[in-house]
Design a protein around this ligand. Structure first.
Ligand SMILES: [Cu+2]
Length: 143
């Protein structure tokens, strides 16, 4: 019994010390490959600042835009509607754009039609504000 115990204990100590020194050992002593640099950690992709899409602005009042196209003709005022913001006009031909007919037109700025009355003969211009055609200029030529 005795020799066995004697043998066992150092064996265990030896194993333990091997394990410890194995961990503690510095791998290279050569001085040659010391400059091996850790590959830089790839940068994590920058966290995209996820931006809330801006709330769509309510469409601005159309007359704020510069009109892109204009047509002029003459006509006669048949009715004034919506507090002066719409004029029904029996209009002549807009050359190359629209045949003569009676139809309503929005007025870009009701102020420009302030003095217009039903029955007035007018010379007027419609302009394209965004998708909408509106009267941009109107003057009385007779009645
Ligand atoms: Cu028309």
């Amino acid at each position: 019994m005795r020799p066995i115990r004697w043998f066992k204990l150092p064996a265990l100590l030896c194993l333990a010390s091997l394990a410890l020194s194995g961990c503690a050992q510095t791998p290279k002593r050569s001085g040659e490959a010391q400059a091996v640099q850790e590959p830089a950690m790839p940068e994590p992709p920058a966290v995209q600042a996820v931006q809330e899409p801006a709330m769509p602005e309510p469409p601005a009042a159309q007359p704020a835009q510069e009109p892109t196209e204009h047509h002029s003709t003459t006509g006669e005022i048949k009715a004034i509607l919506d507090g002066g913001t719409t004029l029904v006009i029996d209009h002549g031909e807009f050359k190359g754009f629209m045949a003569a007919m009676t139809m309503p037109f929005k007025v870009a700025d009701p102020d420009i039609a302030r003095d217009i009355k039903v029955g007035d003969k007018v010379q007027f211009t419609i302009s394209k504000f965004g998708p909408a055609w509106q009267i941009s200029k109107i003057e009385k030529t007779g009645n």
